[in-house]
Design a protein around this ligand. Structure first.
Ligand code: TXA
Ligand code: MG
Length: 345
């Protein structure tokens, strides 16, 4: 399959044409990648089973993992759900368009492979002009997971999508780098107390400004602790090309860990904040923002995970960040990407 790339979509008129063409491909049951404010999504008509099937095939995604449906207005939310509870209305007022996915009871309008047979459906309104224009032009809700090959870091540029999916999808709308850099927060509002199923761009602290109570799914903490015990799982999520070690402790401990790797003759890549990077004497370092502004770290993280190639490094040492605000999402992804954790005793 020839993958069409619509480039440099900054000019409004050129955008219109590209968006029209991309929307037509979607109506022809093809899949098209598009930018959102979080990461690039791989979209298909959420009401069409065959179109959605193409997403799973292009990504190599397990069919029991449900997809998020993207909408451009509340009428589309109503078209997918049995009811919109008051708490959902409040959350949509506060955070949409934006990086918050809400789990509703499904009315069955989404294709069965979108929800993987569940009675619920995940919905969000992305905060990106190209995504919203595409949704309006297609006039359909779009199922869209992150536009990476399953297991790889999510794409934050069109060229990341191209690396993973060239020849496997109909097209890519290039809208430059995404802003948030990490996926949306997934919040289950079908229970009495809303549950964060995946930390993301809207933080727990943000949600607490609207919700009297919100809890984090206990499986999140459990899952990360279990990862090293099941080797088959270690490269399953967000995996870079070389093993990643998550280093926890003072900067001096990071420097000692680096020295030990070098003493063993290992070629080391480093992912670190500007502050730590400046304190280390090493040349293969990807800086991802300041540790005092975790939104910068979130923005740079997936690009950093893709930066080191298997041929160039034996191991990637990565800094640990505080789990406050968007740091919770950053550390959730890093724990999944890590082969092991190295802690200062
Ligand atoms: O920021 C994002 O959310 C990006 C952009 C493209 O919008 N999309 C994204 O999709 O990250 P994906 O497929 O990579 O992740 C979807 C997550 C998965 O963890 C999936 O298990 C969960 O949402 N999910 C989807 N439907 C669900 C449901 N009905 N109940 C529980 N979890 C659900
Ligand atoms: Mg994904």
């Amino acid at each position: 399959m020839q993958t069409r790339m619509w480039k440099k979509l900054h000019h409004p008129q050129k955008n219109d044409e590209a968006v029209r063409e991309a929307a037509q491909l979607l109506l022809d049951q093809q899949v098209v990648a598009f930018p959102t404010e979080t990461v690039y999504g791989l979209g298909a008509d959420a009401t069409n089973k065959q179109a959605v099937q193409r997403i799973f095939e292009a990504k190599g995604r397990p069919s029991d993992n449900p997809l998020i449906v993207h909408v451009s207005d509340r009428a589309q939310v109503e078209s997918l759900t049995t009811e919109i509870p008051p708490v959902a209305a409040e959350l949509m007022d506060a955070f949409w368009p934006g990086p918050l996915t809400l789990i509703f009871h499904s009315n069955g309008a989404a294709a069965e492979n979108v929800t993987a047979g569940l009675a619920t459906v995940a919905v969000r309104m992305p905060d990106h002009p190209l995504a919203l224009a595409l949704l309006k032009a297609a006039d359909k809700p779009l199922a869209a997971p992150s536009a990476n090959r399953s297991g790889r870091p999510s794409p934050t540029t069109a060229s990341h999508v191209y690396q993973d999916l060239d020849g496997r999808i109909a097209g890519i709308l290039d809208g430059g780098s995404t802003g948030v850099g990490l996926e949306s927060t997934v919040l289950d509002i079908t229970a009495d107390i809303p549950v964060i199923l995946r930390p993301g761009g809207v933080t727990k602290e943000d949600l607490e400004t609207v919700l009297p109570r919100v809890v984090v799914d206990p499986a999140l903490a459990g899952g990360t602790e279990e990862a090293p015990k099941s080797p088959g799982m270690k490269y399953k999520h967000y995996a870079p090309e070389a093993p990643l070690w998550l280093v926890e402790g003072k900067d001096s401990f990071f420097a000692e860990t680096l020295a030990a790797c070098k003493a063993r003759g290992e070629r080391v890549g480093i992912i670190a904040s500007r502050e730590l990077a400046d304190a280390l004497d090493h040349d293969r370092i990807i800086r991802c923002g300041s540790r005092r502004r975790l939104s910068e770290v979130a923005e740079g993280l997936y690009g950093a995970l893709r930066a080191f190639k298997e041929a160039d490094v034996d191991v990637i040492l990565c800094e640990s960040f505080p789990e406050t605000g968007v740091g919770a999402a950053v550390m959730n992804r890093l724990n999944k990407a890590a082969e092991k954790k190295v802690k200062d005793q």
